[in-house]
Design a protein around this ligand. Structure first.
Ligand code: CMX
Length: 425
């Protein structure tokens, strides 16, 4: 049997050769240019970093290791994590071995719970998640081995150890945060036999729900949010921090600090808050006219429509479509889901009327919260934590690949406004 370490050892030799050949052949070619507007505009569209785990063409949405997300919606998070790391889906034996690697690492030390339980009762769940990851940093294999003089070509192995430990523990931490923060009773211990999704659902300890159906939703949720190429706020932050050889406990919690912003992963919380406000005002079945009115009220008050628009995408997000399909087949009559679907009929047409908005279509956050709400997770400040459980797969995989490829210190050049003023004149 071949472990994930053996599989990657073989692949990395090839990947390193390929990279050297690319740089040797075309190292001086111009990949992208930067206009003054792009320098002032958050570097949109400037191709200047390498990310091999996934890509997001603007007319297609997420493609993981050259497989479109839509073809992966029936997979498990373990399969997706293996794919992100190795560029191949696992066969049956590889999956069994890889799943066991993860299962054996899922136990969370008591000191993490002590810290979480002593945090202020009104801490945001994302603050609790990032605190827990930082508290765990003392377990970093990378940091210990680095102090012991680890060789550069072995950095990826220590990073992979950290990645497996983090991905295995984060569902337990996330479930524990749910129970502590929202007074749901004692923390529920992991079940040694369960897979990542099943155990997360088990440890959340939701009451009377259709467990099988919720399990399937959670599997879909953890697959759909796993990665979104390398330039978004959380991925770029993770890359930058990790490039200083800060281990992935530091870089992942830093990336998740960015995910906690309302223009990024917190949009799912904002979106459900907005939908509940709409329903409070107009009842369970707001008409299209009422929805148009609320869209314009929101825009005119200077706020964004949460869950709509994207920095890269120019079509409906396939992740949104995945959730829409799930809702249609499992709870088409749910009033919140109905409002989500009706908003999809109304919002894009209205946003198209606002010239500056480049993408009027929904992103993943427009539907994801309504799914969790249906199964009883009504505390919407928790939603970004579920996003983060999934995104830990992509961000840790990106870090392993970057260390394997001896990724450089990230250090773009900044210029002053005075410099640009003189440059343009
Ligand atoms: N509602 C209102 N205005 C919007 C908008 C929306 N949904 N989407 C974009 N705009 C505005 C921008 O705020 C910007 O206005 P200013 O020039 O006044 O600042 C203008 O349109 C141009 O923006 P853009 O080029 O179309 O989009 P950006 O790359 O700047 O921003 C995003 C992308 C996602 C931050 C933006 O669309 C947005 O704020 N959407 C709502 C929040 C959201 O759903 N975020 C989740 C994204 C997915 C994720 O990361 O999880």
């Amino acid at each position: 049997m071949s472990t994930i370490f053996d599989i990657l050892s073989r692949k990395i030799v090839e990947w390193r050769k390929e990279e050297s050949a690319i740089i040797e052949k075309g190292g001086t070619k111009v990949l992208s240019q930067v206009t003054v507007a792009q320098a002032y505009g958050g570097m949109r569209g400037v191709a200047s970093i390498i990310c091999d785990t996934s890509r997001v063409p603007q007319e297609q949405g997420l493609i993981i290791r050259e497989i479109p997300l839509k073809q992966l919606l029936d997979k498990t998070p373990e399969e997706i994590f293996f794919l992100l790391l190795t560029a191949e889906l696992p066969n049956k034996d590889q999956l069994a071995d890889f799943s066991e690697e993860i299962r054996s690492r899922k136990y969370v030390p008591k000191y993490v719970w002590d810290v979480l339980k002593s945090m202020p009762k009104d801490s945001h769940p994302m603050t609790m998640l990032n605190t827990a990851i930082l508290v765990l940093q003392k377990e970093s294999v990378f940091s210990k081995k680095y102090d012991d003089g680890m060789r550069k070509e072995d950095y990826w192995k220590a990073t992979l150890e950290d990645a497996l430990n983090l991905v295995a523990k984060i569902p337990a931490i996330a479930a524990g945060i749910y129970r502590i923060r929202f007074n749901k009773g004692d923390i529920i211990a992991p079940d040694p036999a369960m897979d990542l999704t099943g155990d997360y659902v088990h440890m959340l300890g939701l009451g009377e729900i259709n467990k099988e159906e919720f399990n399937d939703l959670m599997r879909l949720y953890l697959v759909a949010h796993c990665d979104h190429e390398g330039g978004n706020v959380s991925a770029l932050t993770n890359l930058t921090i990790n490039s200083a050889l800060s281990d992935i406990y530091y870089s992942l919690s830093g990336g998740f600090d960015g995910l906690a912003g309302p223009l990024h992963g917190l949009a799912n919380q904002e979106c459900l808050k907005w939908i509940l406000e709409i329903m409070q005002k107009y009842g369970n079945a707001p008409s299209k006219e009422q929805l148009k009115e609320i869209v314009w009220n929101t825009l005119n008050s200077g706020k964004v429509i949460p869950g709509y628009g994207h920095a890269v995408l120019r079509v409906t997000d396939p992740r949104f479509e995945g959730f829409l399909e799930f809702g249609k087949s499992h709870f088409p009559e749910d009033p919140i889901f109905l409002t989500v679907s009706r908003l999809y009929d109304v919002v894009p047409e209205e946003l198209k009327k606002v010239e500056k908005i480049k993408n009027p279509w929904p992103n993943v956050d427009a539907a994801s919260g309504s799914m969790l709400y249906h199964y009883g997770i009504k505390e919407f400040s928790y939603y970004t934590v579920v996003f983060a459980v999934s995104r830990s797969l992509g961000l840790t995989a990106q870090a392993v690949v970057n260390r394997a490829m001896n990724g450089p210190l990230i250090r773009p050049k900044s210029v002053t406004s005075q410099y640009v003023k003189e440059f343009v004149s």
